[in-house]
Design a protein around this ligand. Structure first.
Ligand SMILES: Cc1cc2nc3c(=O)[nH]c(=O)nc-3n(C[C@H](O)[C@H](O)[C@H](O)COP(=O)(O)O)c2cc1C
Length: 326
């Protein structure tokens, strides 16, 4: 099949921008997005078939994931020489529409944005231990600025906040593991083969969780991760940061997703590895407590861990043709 066209791009370039959008991170790699291509607009839709109702009952992380895909789409369109203009859904839009992207004229992509575009296929979630090397101040500032560029806020957890955060993370983790529906979703979508186009393959899981782990406590291997080599524990002093939005509407979730993705791509472009630790923001009580811990005015959206890691394999993705809304 010849790929359909959008915004005046030829088929193979349209396919490229949709492929880039589809390389965004998503909860359990469910890839909960669809795109409707038009001559003058690309609509970004949430795909309700790809909800994870036990883990993400309000679809907040689904919208976050779609926001990440939207940022990739914007960068890919800029790479094609277009200036994407993003509008929120109008009153006429279908209920699943999260954003509408139009062509705002021609413009050359700035070098810094090109670096982020080039990082799209290289960015991966890295669940393995990172080196015991602190993230440099320059890199920290780059991550914080990236969140601000997308109207988000990145709160880097201070050493003095880590104990309280660890306690929240452990509590959220226990709440989730006590929930049979949560466990069923985790089991269904992780520990999978690399041959299937969605879900998290065993090769992308970190080491088997151990009692001494303070943060990375979710087992993505389907129970098949090998024994941990003695002494190969997670870094003692990780850089943990909470990506926050200033408000808490659906549109804010989509915006936060773009901020999260700009932060993750910036990390990748700076040679940093990253993973997500979402338990705390998925359990409502601990999310509320984290919000109070951060002063009460910001809305925690995602918890990110950064460091210098070793290379990890890519996770599979669906074909761009399967991401189109008929
Ligand atoms: C909203 C959201 C929450 C996530 N939560 C976690 C998490 O708690 N733990 C984890 O290891 N990965 C988490 N991930 C990472 C996804 O599992 C990952 O993006 C997906 O498997 C695709 O892999 P990739 O990021 O390497 O492309 C999350 C991703 C998103 C977008």
């Amino acid at each position: 099949m010849t790929f359909p066209t959008a915004l005046g791009l030829p088929p193979e370039r349209t396919e490229h921008v949709i492929r880039c959008a589809g390389l965004a991170p998503s909860l359990h790699n469910r890839q909960p997005w669809l795109f409707r291509l038009g001559e003058h607009v690309i609509e970004v839709h949430a795909d309700p078939q790809r909800r994870l109702p036990a883990t993400d009952p309000d679809d907040r992380e689904l919208r976050l994931s779609c926001g990440a895909a939207l940022l990739n789409l914007r960068l890919a369109l800029e790479h094609e020489g277009l200036r994407p203009v993003v509008d929120p859904p109008s009153s006429m839009s279908a209920p699943t529409v999260l954003a509408e992207v139009r062509d705002g004229g021609r413009a050359e992509q700035a070098p810094a944005e090109r670096e982020l575009h080039d990082a799209i296929p290289r960015r991966r979630t890295n669940r393995r231990p990172f080196q015991e090397i602190p993230v440099s101040t320059t890199d920290r500032h780059a991550l914080i600025n990236a969140a601000q560029r997308e109207q988000g806020w990145l709160h880097v957890l201070a050493r003095t906040e880590l104990d309280a955060f660890a306690e929240l993370a452990q509590r959220a983790h226990r709440v989730q593991l006590d929930d049979e529906r949560f466990r069923a979703e985790l089991e269904r979508w992780t520990g999978r083969s690399r041959q299937v186009s969605e879900g998290v393959p065993t090769a992308s899981a970190g080491p088997r969780p151990e009692p001494q782990d303070l943060w990375v406590v979710r087992d993505f291997s389907g129970g098949s991760a090998p024994e941990r080599v003695a002494g190969k524990d997670f870094e003692r002093d990780p850089l943990l940061a909470v990506l926050c939005s200033h408000h808490d509407s659906r549109a804010d979730d989509v915006r936060a997703g773009q901020a999260m993705q700009r932060v993750l791509l910036t990390a990748c472009a700076h040679g940093l590895s990253a993973s997500l630790l979402s338990q705390v923001v998925e359990v409502q009580d601990t999310r509320d407590e984290l919000r109070r811990m951060l002063g009460g005015s910001l809305h925690p959206q995602a918890v990110l861990r950064f460091g210098y890691g070793s290379p990890v394999p890519e996770t599979p993705r669906r074909d761009p043709a399967d991401l189109l809304f008929d």
